[in-house]
Design a protein around this ligand. Structure first.
Ligand code: TXA
Ligand code: MG
Length: 338
């Protein structure tokens, strides 16, 4: 970034909520917490403010932004031809980690939709995010607050890396879910999960029996975000598949520059090799909440390879394994029993 583009960043907490809202209202960028990951927001009705979001992230302009609303009643000013199921889903899952892609109204900037005829909307459940959007009184456009291509920020320490790139950072502790929202496309005939999240495809199926996961070629993906390299740390990530015994044998002979993210039942001290147990209570939610933080920490610790054990696909495991596989660029190592 050019020297002249470095911004003075205000660090704010919940006591300074109005100041945070004012930053957005005057057309500047603000990082704020949500229950999924931190977002990098701008007011939705100013192209100049939206440009600042793309600039701060180094984000390609062909990747659209999600609009954050305070409640479902705001959606009708942003979208048209809204199918009845959309309202049922808002009722069932909002506020919460579900983004709905709907046909956009004309006034929604093409910077938000990246030239598409649709717009993604979501109503976050995080208390501070909610109060912020209320105080702004307008939808807030926000992608995740990471530089493009990096893991999304889920902790205060992660967003501090954006100091100098945004006008304000509203701190709100750790993000509870830790993975980005489910993105569900309702703008075409077949409802499609473009990105799995904490609201699972199985949960959606109760409302949309014909909902499908988008499983196609990332190059031809209907959600531009799926085309870009994503969620990746600097270290080489590999997903490990195999029995507990095979995993333990593999870890025991790994170089010291490797680290392992494992379910806690496998947390055994290995000589000098860093193993990180990320399910203290044996829950998939814990692994999901800590994944990005650990990828970032492994980079900071100078790790060259990160191996992540395979987790079951049930519940949030669907989203967890989606992000792990993307970070690993679909690199899977299957360990044979010896
Ligand atoms: O949990 C979240 O969704 C977080 C927090 C901050 O709310 N936001 C987030 O935004 O993850 P972002 O920009 O990193 O991811 C949005 C995803 C991208 O994959 C993008 O391509 C897709 O949603 N998306 C947005 N608008 C779309 C549209 N009109 N059609 C298809 N995909 C869309
Ligand atoms: Mg993102």
């Amino acid at each position: 970034m050019d020297e002249e583009n470095i911004l003075i960043t205000k660090i704010l907490r919940k006591e300074n909520l109005q100041e945070a809202a004012d930053i957005l209202l005057r057309g500047d960028t603000l990082i704020f917490p949500t229950e999924t990951v931190y977002g990098l927001g701008a007011r939705f009705d100013s192209d100049e403010a939206l440009q600042k979001v793309f600039r701060a992230k180094g984000r390609p302009a062909d990747n659209p932004l999600i609009l954050h609303v305070a409640n479902a009643s705001w959606v009708e000013q942003l979208a048209q031809d809204i199918p009845p199921q959309a309202f049922e889903l808002m009722e069932a899952f909002w506020p919460g980690p579900l983004s709905l892609v709907l046909k956009k109204k004309d006034h929604v900037s093409s910077l938000i939709s990246a030239g598409l005829s649709s717009v993604a909307v979501r109503c976050p459940s995080h208390e501070l995010a909610h109060q912020l959007i209320q105080a702004v009184g307008l939808p807030v456009a926000a992608p995740s607050a990471n530089p493009s291509g990096r893991p999304s920020p889920t902790r205060e320490i992660d967003v501090m890396e954006m100091v100098g790139k945004v006008a304000g950072i509203l701190l709100g502790g750790d993000c509870e879910v830790g993975l980005e929202s489910t993105v569900l496309d309702l703008s075409t005939d077949v409802p499609l999960v473009l990105r799995p999240g904490a609201v699972t495809t199985q949960q959606l199926r109760r409302f949309l029996p014909d909902v499908r996961r988008y499983e196609g070629d990332p190059e031809g993906a209907p959600s531009p975000g799926l085309r870009h390299r994503h969620y990746a740390p600097d270290a080489q990530v590999t997903m490990l598949r195999g029995s507990d015994r095979a995993l333990k044998t593999f870890i025991a002979s790994a170089p010291k520059t490797s680290c392992f993210l494992l379910p806690s039942r496998l947390d055994i001290a290995f000589d000098g090799v860093r193993t990180i147990a990320f399910t203290p209570q044996g829950l998939l939610e814990e692994a999901a909440a800590r994944l990005y933080a650990l990828l970032r920490d492994a980079d900071k610790a100078g790790m060259k390879e990160i191996y992540i054990a395979e987790f079951p696909l049930e519940g949030i495991g669907e989203a967890l394994m989606d992000r792990v596989l993307r970070a690993a660029q679909y690199n899977i190592l299957t360990l044979e029993e010896i």
